[in-house]
Design a protein around this ligand. Structure first.
Ligand SMILES: Nc1ccn([C@H]2C[C@H](O)[C@@H](COP(=O)(O)OP(=O)(O)OP(=O)(O)O)O2)c(=O)n1
Length: 178
């Protein structure tokens, strides 16, 4: 079950959903629109290694926008810091970004109950496209979770992406043991 606009508002009032900054006008029928933060990042190395810590370079999107190029993975970040204490948040694209050939996540759209942070976006594009800080980039939807949660994401000792980051965060796969 996905939360309706009224249910999202109720959860915001209770404090079980936090979205900051928040504006009522970005609340859709059953979703909340999130916006592209001003920082992007790309990996320093062309060849990434899943076992290693692949470092990234951050840069700011200029006023006139930044042209994404196909064949490069860009990490972006939502302007919105979110907390979701009782539901499963999902980051979805928007039809309007999709129609520009922009993907905003690579394989992982699901969040965890207890996730508290901005969302890192794994951005790629089908053809060169100029993007701007502050543009609507995706939407959050909230699923009801069945059953009690034993360990919330923000209480997990090994949660990799919890925190309060205003810049995109690179893959922490290197922290997994394999
Ligand atoms: N495009 C995405 C998808 C998810 N997340 C956030 C919300 C999730 O709660 C958190 C962790 O996502 P996953 O569980 O998919 O990631 P991992 O399994 O790699 O990390 P961990 O071991 O910390 O669970 O990252 C994000 O910022 N950007």
């Amino acid at each position: 079950m996905i939360l309706s606009d009224k249910r999202i508002l109720e959860e915001i009032e209770k404090g079980t959903i936090v979205i900051a900054p928040y504006d009522r006008k970005y609340l859709g029928t059953n979703s909340y629109d999130v916006h592209l933060g001003k920082y992007l990042a790309t990996y320093k190395d062309r060849v990434l290694d899943a076992r290693k810590h692949n470092e990234i370079d951050h840069f700011e999107i200029p006023e006139e926008g930044f042209v994404l190029q196909p064949g490069t993975l860009y990490l972006g970040v939502t302007e919105e810091y979110t907390e979701t204490h009782a539901h499963v948040p999902f980051l979805e694209g928007k039809s309007s970004t999709g129609r520009l050939g922009i993907d905003i996540h690579a394989t992982a759209g699901k969040g965890d109950v207890g996730f508290c942070n901005t969302w890192t976006l794994e951005i790629s594009c089908a053809q060169p496209v100029r993007i701007y800080a502050g543009m609507p980039i995706g939407q959050l939807i909230y699923f009801v979770v069945e059953g009690e949660v034993e360990t919330l994401y923000n209480k997990k000792g090994n949660a990799k992406y919890n925190g309060r980051t205003i810049k995109p965060v690179e893959s922490m796969m290197w922290r997994n043991e394999f």
